[in-house]
Design a protein around this ligand. Structure first.
Ligand code: NAP
Length: 244
């Protein structure tokens, strides 16, 4: 039946680019989405036209019951999940003093609890088969911290700690856990940036451009691949040199 990848937040941006690259590697692709049903379904239809197994499944990764049902449905369709990419994410710019408790909780729930839910639901069948790869999507702001994004930076730093700890626990089970920490990537997440802000960010990037979704997706696919067989617990940073 071939290998299967489940990518959270694959309707748009980095997750969508990763879905295309995994499909090109002949993976069956489970495209998780929350709101962008049209984009997710059309991507699944396009990948199916190219001869790949593909399914678009709606779930809020912050909700345990929805994640359980998504994973069960993926397993019913494809038999196993070989690679999990925890990519779903939200961003918000707020002065620290203006962040509400509800905004703080949502940021943690999507990034940290979402990664926890997806890993716990996918892992039993990986542990049973003693193989699998997990790639979590952090951010350079989880490494370096971003002003006016304390909740986002905190959540992304937690994803790095989560990755390192889980890698140690799962290594003996033959499962690798790694993390990417992209720089500024030109996706819908950054659509609100002014032209001045974009120029300033490009100016701070040694490679002098914003990243494309495929710049980040290639790092994800690499970490999931056999070429990364002896790599676990690591943070790979496709960031154009912004944070070194
Ligand atoms: P994006 O274009 O805004 O896409 C976000 C994706 O996440 C969408 O597919 C969205 O699905 C999904 N999503 C959001 N909340 C979800 C939830 N609760 N459950 C399931 N899916 C959910 O963002 P992106 O730039 O590709 O970001 C992808 C990841 O990279 C995020 O974790 C982000 O923090 C991280 N990242 C981004 C950058 C950057 O500069 N863009 C840099 C570093 C790290 P729907 O549209 O269907 O709701």
């Amino acid at each position: 039946m071939g290998r299967t990848v489940l990518i959270t937040g694959a309707s748009r941006g980095i997750g969508r680019a990763a879905a295309e690259l995994f499909a090109a590697e002949r993976f069956n692709v489970v495209i998780n989405y929350l709101h962008s049903e049209g984009e997710a379904q059309s991507l699944a239809a396009e990948l199916s036209r190219r001869g790949c197994g593909a399914a678009a499944l709606r779930a809020d990764v912050a909700d345990r019951a929805q994640v359980e049902s998504m994973v069960q449905s993926a397993l019913d369709t494809f038999g196993a999940i070989d690679v999990l990419v925890n990519n779903a994410g939200i961003a918000q710019q707020r002065l620290f003093t203006d962040i509400t408790p509800a905004e703080w909780d949502r940021m943690m729930d999507v990034h940290v609890k979402g990664t926890f839910h997806c890993c716990q639901c996918v892992l039993p069948q990986m542990i049973h088969r003693k193989c699998g790869a997990i790639v979590n999507v952090s951010s350079m702001w989880g490494q370096a911290g971003a002003s006016c994004e304390v909740h986002y930076s905190t959540a992304k730093a937690a994803v790095i700690g989560f990755t390192k700890a889980l890698a140690k626990e799962l290594g003996p089970s033959g499962i690798r856990v790694n993390c990417v920490a992209p720089g500024v990537i030109d996706t819908g997440m950054n659509a609100g940036l002014s032209q001045d802000d974009r120029c300033a960010l490009i100016g701070e990037t040694p490679l002098m451009r914003l990243g494309t979704p495929f710049d980040a997706a290639r790092a994800i696919v690499f970490l999931a691949s056999e070429s990364a067989d002896f790599i676990t617990g690591q943070v790979l940073a496709p960031n154009g040199g912004f944070v070194i």
